[in-house]
Design a protein. Structure first.
Length: 449
């Protein structure tokens, strides 16, 4: 491409930026304003730098790459959760929310300019090789990750099924880096699993909030309630990194018949939402205990906060991650996308959990069943640990069996339940509380004089 053609292309892109920027800053409903003179003065500096790069940089540069790089830097400086996505990255995100993607199955964030594991997704390649919450990914293949963006990291870690990716990990308590060679696979995001811990106490695990979570949870509850008088339910949201806000609202609504679920407040009126519960055809009156930990974030915190504030459930475990912000996915004209923090959300009591998290009614640390597992538990990362965060105004997986083998499926569920009760002190405590709850509800108080 000639210098003249490059300059024409660059100028067209800049004009688009000017117009788009003006529209964004004025706001669709007139609520967001900015000093136009200051904006255009700073954009002039931006164009001046671009011209100098185009004219004098030692090697020719593609205009789109320069513009994309500038946008990525701008968005990256806002907060840890906002990001700019290329057309390919945006397409991958859309596929992921629908239920599956190809990779290693790990939720990551950026802390102290290092890629840091929030939690591995249970049953995935990352989980099976022993990656832990708090692990710092210092290298992907031979590339150092310091100052690497989340989108760049995701692109490098993901790849075709059956191929390998080599990660170098720093873990607290280890004297030297750990090396992992992980075979990529299709990551089926099975968001709901359920079985009985006792004949009368059910267990439901929600591992993430995707487009089918409410549908799957409704089916799971109906299956559990069929022909049984349930005396209690353990709802496990531990190491659940979140997902779709709409699904969190609908999940909460399955257990509530009235009351506020969540509210969001942003700079523009369209981001101000108040979600309330609807009276359900099937009332669920059995007691619920919600399990959370430091890996419970975003949508998981919305559900825990809604059930806690509405006095519908006891929350047990450790303080949650503390991600109290809402990200809106905005498609852009060239097929790329923008993940932008547009609002904070508030629990029914009006509390923002940004950085502070959900505080359990009963605080109880997870106690690993043996010393090696205790050593292997990583240091959880919370929202408050992330650079640029907004201030406030391990259950082992077992390979799924074939759906048409009902007998084997029931045996597998029994084995999972037995394992949970043997190895998980938080689940055991929840079951004991629910048993006690049932006993105390039957005790009659003495009549008053």
């Amino acid at each position: 491409m000639s210098i003249t053609k490059k300059r024409i292309t660059l100028n067209i892109v800049l004009i688009a930026l000017f117009v788009g920027g003006a529209l964004f800053l004025s706001g669709s409903d007139g609520e967001v304003g900015a000093d136009t003179k200051d904006v255009y003065k700073n954009i002039e500096i931006f164009t001046e730098v671009l011209r100098q790069i185009e004219k004098s940089y030692v090697e020719p540069q593609e205009p789109q790459e320069l513009i994309y790089g500038a946008i990525k830097g701008m968005v990256h400086n806002l907060d840890p959760h906002s990001s700019f996505m290329t057309k390919e990255e945006y397409r991958e995100l859309m596929l992921e929310t629908k239920g599956s993607f190809t990779g290693i199955g790990v939720e990551i964030t950026v802390k102290d300019n290092f890629l840091t594991v929030v939690s591995p997704i249970e049953g995935t390649p990352a989980d099976k090789v022993g990656m832990k919450a708090g692990d710092k990914i210092i290298k992907i293949e031979n590339t150092r990750t310091k100052d690497m963006t989340l989108m760049e990291a995701v692109k490098k870690i993901r790849g075709p099924k059956g191929t390998k990716v080599n990660l170098t990990i720093m873990r607290e308590g280890e004297a030297k880096p750990l090396e992992f060679s992980i075979t990529r696979g299709v990551i089926p995001l099975i968001s709901v699993r359920q079985y009985f811990l006792t004949p009368e106490i059910g267990y439901v695990r929600i591992s993430n909030f995707q487009s089918k979570t409410v549908k799957d949870l409704s089916a799971a509850l109906e299956e559990m309630e069929k022909g049984r008088d349930i005396k209690g339910l353990v709802l496990d949201l531990r190491n659940n990194p979140g997902g779709l806000l709409s699904q969190a609202i609908e999940v909460s609504d399955l257990f509530l018949n009235s009351g506020l679920i969540v509210s969001t407040k942003g700079r523009i009126s369209s981001q101000n939402i108040t979600a309330t519960a609807h009276r359900d055809k099937k009332r669920r009156t059995y007691p619920i205990i919600v399990l959370i930990n430091s890996g419970s974030a975003s949508a998981a915190e919305i559900v825990a906060g809604a059930l806690q504030d509405n006095k519908r459930a006891l929350v047990l475990g450790t303080r949650s991650f503390g991600k109290g912000s809402v990200q809106t996915i905005l498609p852009l004209s060239d097929g790329s996308g923008l993940r932008l923090t547009t609002a904070r959300y508030y629990t029914p009591s009006g509390k923002s959990i940004q950085s502070s998290g959900i505080i359990p009614d009963i605080e109880l640390d997870f106690t690993p069943p043996n010393k090696q597992e205790k050593k292997d538990i990583g240091k959880f990362v919370r929202e408050e640990d992330l650079e640029g965060h907004m201030e406030n105004e391990n259950v082992e997986d077992i390979a799924p069996v074939e759906k048409n083998n009902e007998k084997n499926n029931e045996m597998d569920k029994d084995r999972r339940a037995k394992m949970l009760l043997e190895r998980d002190n938080q689940v055991r405590h929840a079951v004991e509380l629910l048993k006690t709850w049932t006993i105390f509800s039957q005790i009659k108080t003495a009549p008053g004089k």
